[in-house]
Design a protein around this ligand. Structure first.
Ligand SMILES: NC(=O)c1ccc[n+]([C@@H]2O[C@H](COP(=O)([O-])OP(=O)(O)OC[C@H]3O[C@@H](n4cnc5c(N)ncnc54)[C@H](O)[C@@H]3O)[C@@H](O)[C@H]2O)c1
Length: 286
């Protein structure tokens, strides 16, 4: 894969201040793209841009809460005004909520639906609309069709598999997968690719940032420590997810499971959903 593949491209990445989003932003920068790094945490987004610039790429940091419709509308308009219509958009920002369905309160549901689902909807609607309008404004060249752009939505292996310990997270990620498939079909005629990326466990701060809805403080701490240990033991770096994202854009892949458990759950969801229903019953406490 040529390193300069995205020379001159403009890429927007949400949740670019940390973890998988930061790794994707830097990998795209390394491949020649100019990066718009958006995060609710502005200093974190700025650190990513500083790193991107050391790779020779252009970059701008924005503070935006992807769950906030008005903020996302302003953000999309500012990107178009200050730069142009992006060629690549990665809707990555996400949070985790763990705990049983009956313990998950309405506020927890609103939080996770806001970031994990509405954040992706806003990103796809606003930037997807810009990309489609740009393609429609170009002269039609049947022999050499115009590239309309590419949207990557970071779902999860949780999209393939139910789990009683994370119903809210699994629900949002399954919705992101379906949204991506529907949008891919809609935008194919405009030469805009859409990919859902579905990683298993990745070494990031998702668990540290996550909300645990069950039990008292001691239980929360125990579950958080257990989750952190599991992620540390799994030891799968976000840079490898970023590598798969770049490959998915180049090859215009529809659905990309990442790492062993990502592939295993994807395969089981197709060949043996009954086995996933049994696994779904395992409680978080073991
Ligand atoms: N880490 C994993 O094991 C794993 C596995 C599969 C999928 N994912 C998905 O990958 C994505 C990135 O997660 P991560 O593991 O890098 O987590 P992380 O917590 O390390 O990073 C998430 C980033 O998103 C930002 N963010 C959070 N809420 C935001 C909001 N409302 N608006 C804008 N930015 C916001 C945070 O500030 C942070 O910089 C998420 O969608 C997550 O669900 C993670």
């Amino acid at each position: 894969m040529p390193l300069a593949h995205f020379d001159g491209a403009l890429a927007v990445v949400t949740g670019a201040g940390n973890g998988i989003g930061r790794a994707i932003a830097l990998r795209l920068a390394e491949s020649g793209a100019s990066v718009v790094a958006a995060d609710i945490d502005l200093p974190a987004a700025e650190r990513t841009v500083t790193l991107a610039k050391t790779l020779g790429a252009g970059g701008t940091a924005y503070q935006v809460d992807v769950a906030d419709r008005a903020a996302m509308e302003t953000f999309a308009a500012e990107v178009k005004e200050a730069h142009r219509v992006p060629d690549i958009v990665v809707n990555n920002a996400g949070i985790a909520v763990a705990g049983s369905f009956l313990d998950t309160g309405v506020e927890d549901w609103e939080n996770i639906l806001g970031v994990n689902l509405w954040g992706v909807i806003h990103g796809c609607r606003l930037f997807g609309g810009q990309m489609r309008d740009r393609v429609n404004a170009l002269p039609n060249k049947p022999d050499k069709p115009n590239f309309g752009g590419h949207i990557v939505n970071i779902a999860s292996a949780a999209a393939f598999s139910p789990w009683r310990a994370m119903p809210a997270y699994c629900t949002t990620k399954a919705a992101v997968l379906m949204l991506s498939e529907c949008l891919r079909a809609e935008l194919a005629g405009s030469r805009i690719g859409v990919t859902a990326v579905c990683p298993g466990f990745v070494s990031t701060d998702l668990v540290d940032h996550g909300t645990f809805v069950e039990g008292d403080d001691a239980t929360t701490e125990r579950l958080r420590t257990r989750g952190q240990k599991a992620i540390k033991l799994r030891n799968y770096p976000p840079e490898k997810v970023a590598e798969r994202v770049v490959h998915a854009i180049i090859k215009n892949k529809p659905v990309v499971p990442v790492n062993f458990e990502g592939h295993l759950l994807h395969t089981l969801s197709r060949v043996s959903p009954a086995s996933l229903r049994l696994l779904a019953r395992i409680p978080a406490r073991g």
